[in-house]
Ligand binder design. Structure first.
Ligand SMILES: [Fe+2]
Length: 277
C-alpha cells in the first residue's frame, strides 16, 4: 500500500508541466514555456513544409474574418494588412513579414515554438522583436482555439506593427514589463490584455477594433461592438486594476482615441510608477 503510494508520488513528480496541466484539464498549449536557447529571428527563419490542408485552413479563416472586418476593424489595422500584403492564397512567410517591419517600424519577427514565458516575451518586445508561432490550428478548432497559432499571431497582431505610434508604444511596453516585478508585472499584463489583445479605438468614422484577441476571433468581432459590452474611456489607472476572465466573451472593454494617446498615457503611467525613465 505504502509502496504503491510512493510509486504514484514519484510518477507524479516526474510529470512535465504539460502532462500535469493535461491531467488537471488545462490545455497544455496554454502553459507558457521558457525558451532554453535562442530562436530563429528575421533571416534565420525558414518556411515550414505546410501540408495543403494548412493553407486551406488559413484561406478559410482569412476569408471568413476579412468579411467581418470592414467597418469594424480600425483604419490603422486595415492599412497594415495592405502594407504586409496579406492574402488568402497561402500562409505568409514570417521572414518576409519581418522584412516589411524592418523597413516600416524597425521591428523584426522571431519564430517561437508556442506560448512563451513572459520574461522571454517582454525581452523580445523591448528589442522590437515580435515572437510568432508558425503553425496553424487543426480543422476541428477553426472556430476557437485556446492557445496562440499563426492565425492569431499574424492576422491578429502583425498589421498594427506597421503603425509607427503603435510600434513605438509596444516597444515601450516591453521595456517597462521586462523591468516590472510583483504587482506591477500583473498590472502590465492586465494593461496588455485591455489594449494589445482587446482594445477598441474611436476612429473619426466611429468605434473600431484594434485588439488582436478580438480581430482573430470569430465571436468577439461582433460581440465587442455590440451593446452587450460596457465600453470605458482609456485610463491607465483604471485599466491596470480591471478584472478579466480569459475564458469568456469580454463584458468590459476600453476605447482609446488614438495610438498617440495610448503611447503617451502608457508612458506617463510607467514614469509615475518608476517603470520607465
Ligand atoms: Fe496575442
Amino acid at each position: 500500500m505504502e509502496d504503491q503510494k510512493k510509486e504514484n508520488q514519484t510518477a507524479e513528480e516526474n510529470l512535465s508541466a504539460y502532462e500535469k496541466a493535461a491531467q488537471e484539464g488545462i490545455d497544455p498549449r496554454c502553459i507558457p514555456q521558457r525558451l532554453d536557447g535562442p530562436v530563429p529571428e528575421h533571416d534565420e527563419i525558414v518556411y515550414p513544409n505546410y501540408p495543403k490542408s494548412d493553407h486551406e485552413s488559413w484561406k478559410f479563416l482569412y476569408e471568413r474574418q476579412m468579411k467581418l472586418l470592414p467597418g469594424r476593424a480600425c483604419n490603422e489595422y486595415m492599412e497594415g494588412t495592405k502594407v504586409l500584403k496579406l492574402s488568402p492564397d497561402k500562409i505568409p512567410f514570417l521572414k518576409d513579414l519581418s522584412h516589411v517591419f524592418l523597413k516600416t517600424t524597425g521591428w523584426k519577427v522571431a519564430r517561437v515554438p508556442g506560448l512563451i514565458h513572459e520574461q522571454n516575451f517582454f525581452e523580445m518586445l523591448r528589442r522590437r522583436v515580435f515572437p510568432s508561432t508558425d503553425y496553424i490550428r487543426g480543422k476541428e478548432e477553426l472556430d476557437y482555439t485556446p492557445a496562440p497559432d499563426l492565425f492569431h499571431d499574424i492576422f491578429g497582431h502583425m498589421p498594427l506593427l506597421t503603425n509607427k505610434a503603435f510600434a513605438s508604444f509596444y516597444q515601450k511596453f516591453g521595456e517597462a514589463a521586462f523591468k516590472a516585478e510583483g504587482k506591477n508585472r500583473t498590472k502590465l499584463e492586465t494593461f496588455h490584455w485591455f489594449t494589445v489583445e482587446f482594445g477598441l479605438i474611436n476612429n473619426p468614422e466611429g468605434r473600431r477594433i484594434y485588439g488582436a484577441g478580438i480581430l482573430s476571433s470569430l465571436k468577439e468581432v461582433e460581440h465587442s461592438l455590440s451593446d452587450k459590452v460596457v465600453v470605458k474611456p482609456f485610463d491607465p489607472e483604471k485599466i491596470v486594476v480591471q478584472q478579466y476572465d480569459v475564458w469568456h466573451l469580454q463584458p468590459i472593454l476600453f476605447a482609446i482615441d488614438s495610438f498617440e494617446q495610448l503611447e503617451k498615457g502608457f508612458d506617463k503611467w510607467c514614469k509615475e510608477n518608476g517603470l520607465l525613465n
